[in-house]
Design a protein around this ligand. Structure first.
Ligand code: OAD
Length: 237
């Protein structure tokens, strides 16, 4: 039996499946990853763009970087890996998709429930009243303001040094503890807490399947499907 048929069989038999996705799942949509060749953190310094201190120091710079990314993303579409996960969501009784991605591609593919661990680039949050708004305009002012209290808006993203929303984190951890199979797709598994999710699921007895052209989970993965997300995930249906 090939590794793919083995995983397929385990998915078919499973009542609960949890997926953790990272930037690699969107790579074949043309969205740059963060690390590795051509990664965003090769040409940009995270501490100048993705920390609360950076935003306090130079909000125009931070906003212009996010506006650049929003414009780039507006030209991109989900790929067959995103679409295959939509089908898995309806095929498996208890399905949870946890993503570290803020690009919105799982949602535009049609995934109904997505735990957006690191936030959503298509949402903004007020630095004054904390309200969150959906905001898809590509022509925001250099410093967008809250329509309610007029304080500065910021991207609704979890920056380095910030806490993940407690409710999302608890849902994600529950899904790691309760799944029979976990797919870990396109993440370098460096950024915590997501980097520990596969170990949590493994300790709770799940089969861990990694899909990545450059596997990162090492000993934690029970099966490592070495290849790209768009090539492999549709084969698991
Ligand atoms: P990384 O850029 O760190 O890692 C991307 C992973 O995707 C690597 O392991 C690649 O080998 C793999 N990869 C590349 N192309 C692929 C393909 N076609 N199919 C499958 N895998 C592929 O991205 P993340 O692990 O998601 O945080 O990064 C985690 C967090 O670090 C991000 O959410 C972001 C960043 O700083 C925030 O924005 C808050």
């Amino acid at each position: 039996m090939t590794e793919i048929s083995f995983v397929k069989q385990r998915i078919t038999a499973a009542r609960s499946l949890t997926v953790l996705s990272g930037a690699g799942i969107s790579a074949e949509s043309g969205v740059p990853t963060f690390r590795g060749p051509g990664g965003l953190w090769k040409n940009h310094r995270a501490e100048e763009l993705a920390t609360p201190e950076a935003f306090q120091r130079d909000p125009i710079l931070v906003w212009s970087w996010y506006q650049w990314r929003r414009k780039l993303l507006s030209t991109k579409a989900p790929n067959p890996a995103h679409t295959a996960l939509v089908s898995l969501e309806s095929a498996v009784e208890h399905f949870t998709l946890i993503t570290q991605n803020v690009d919105g591609l799982h949602q535009s593919a049609g995934s109904r429930t997505v735990i957006t661990l690191h936030g959503d680039i298509w949402k903004v949050r007020c630095t004054g009243c904390d309200r969150v708004f959906e905001e898809t305009s590509l022509n925001l002012p250099a410093l967008p303001r809250c329509p309610v209290c007029e304080r500065l808006l910021r991207p609704h993203i979890v920056w380095f040094g910030e806490e993940i929303d407690a409710k999302k984190l608890s849902l994600a951890i529950d899904a790691c503890h309760s799944c029979e199979v976990m797919l870990v797709i396109g993440t370098s598994a460096i950024v915590q807490p997501a980097a520990s999710f596969a170990s949590l699921a493994k300790e709770a007895g799940a089969l861990i399947v990694e899909i990545n052209p450059n596997p990162a989970l090492h000993d934690c993965a029970d099966v490592s499907l070495t290849g790209t997300a768009a090539e492999i995930v549709p084969q698991l249906l």
